[in-house]
Design a protein around this ligand. Structure first.
Ligand code: NAD
Length: 283
């Protein structure tokens, strides 16, 4: 038996198309959602992401600004730009592309973003809302993971959910979202003893580590939903953290890499930007 492929590309395209329609309606009412993307330095991977965000904003009719600053930018200069964007009424979402150069304190920069414009969902207020189960911006990749799980029709409630990876960007928020949906959640990480046994219990397995092929078919419960967040470049090819060929023989549903979680992240960023614009209209 071979697992059903979860087509993140198609699901993300549908979300973008729904958002484009919503943006047209909002614009007809006189509001243009706006996103500012700030990048410091010229990290090639970050440049690719910034350009993708710009392109998707254009596709959806969202106004976007790119602030591309030199690597020599000081923390004070960056904080000054964030403050300026906080008070700019044409901007509803602010995203500071990470990682930042070593001389800048990332947490200080994230803390400076107005929580009302925190479309990345990394501000302590957004993360606190997530813990408290209150409405707020949900980090984009975990939000995308949840949409992919939902697309399978498999209910999270009561299921054994295992999240491998505990980063603040993916693992932790994903675990909280699964808990919010009444899953029984285990979070595994680099110090976990007997990862294979933990994974084998999972009805829903989310892997976000950054190690190619860490999770093999014999670590997966037959029929499980497997969401592979990992993006690794191996011999010029993109692969996930799950060994796809062995895993697909055991899993019930599985995301490919590329074409699984990746396209969802940017779609959820656009979702957050539209939400931010609607919220700020009410203020
Ligand atoms: P990270 O490096 O911040 O965190 C990795 C986590 O994996 C840590 O919590 C660590 O404890 C855990 N870990 C490391 N080795 C382990 C092991 N042997 N067994 C179990 N756990 C182990 O990474 P991140 O930012 O969460 O990203 C993880 C992966 O997801 C990367 O490949 C990244 O490129 C990818 N990613 C993809 C998207 C997307 O849009 N698809 C978005 C963000 C991250």
């Amino acid at each position: 038996m071979s697992a059903v492929l979860i087509d993140g590309k198609a699901i993300a395209a549908q979300i973008r198309s729904d958002l484009a329609k919503q943006v047209r309606e909002i614009k007809a009412g006189g509001l243009v959602p706006g996103l500012a993307v700030v990048m410091v330095g010229d990290d090639p991977a970050s440049s690719v992401y910034v350009n993708m965000k710009k392109r998707v904003c254009e596709e959806l009719g969202i106004y976007s600004e790119q602030h591309l600053l030199p690597a020599s930018t000081t923390q004070d200069e960056l904080l000054g730009l964030v403050r300026q964007l906080n008070s700019d009424p044409s901007i509803h979402g602010i995203l500071v592309q990470l990682p930042l150069p070593g001389h800048i304190d990332e947490q200080a920069v994230i803390a400076e973003i107005s929580p009302r414009k925190d479309v990345d969902g990394f501000h302590a207020v957004s993360l606190g809302s997530l813990v408290a189960g209150q409405p707020g911006f949900v980090p984009c990749t975990p939000a995308g993971v949840m949409r992919l799980i939902k697309s399978t029709g498999v209910e999270v409630q009561g299921k054994e959910c295992v999240v491998v990876g505990r980063s603040i960007i993916v693992g932790k928020p994903t675990a909280l979202l699964l808990l919010q949906e009444s899953g029984t959640v285990t979070v595994c990480h680099s110090k976990t003893v007997d990862l294979a046994a933990k994974c084998r219990q999972a009805d829903i397995l989310v892997v976000a580590v950054g190690r190619p092929g860490l999770i093999k078919g014999d670590m997966i419960k037959p029929g499980a939903v497997v969401i592979d967040v990992g993006i690794n470049r191996v011999e010029g090819r993109l692969v996930g953290d799950v060994e796809f060929e062995t895993a697909r023989e055991v899993a019930g549903y599985i995301t490919p890499v590329p074409g699984g979680v990746g396209p969802m992240t940017i779609a959820m960023l656009m979702h957050n930007t539209v939400q931010a614009a609607l919220m700020q209209r009410q203020d």
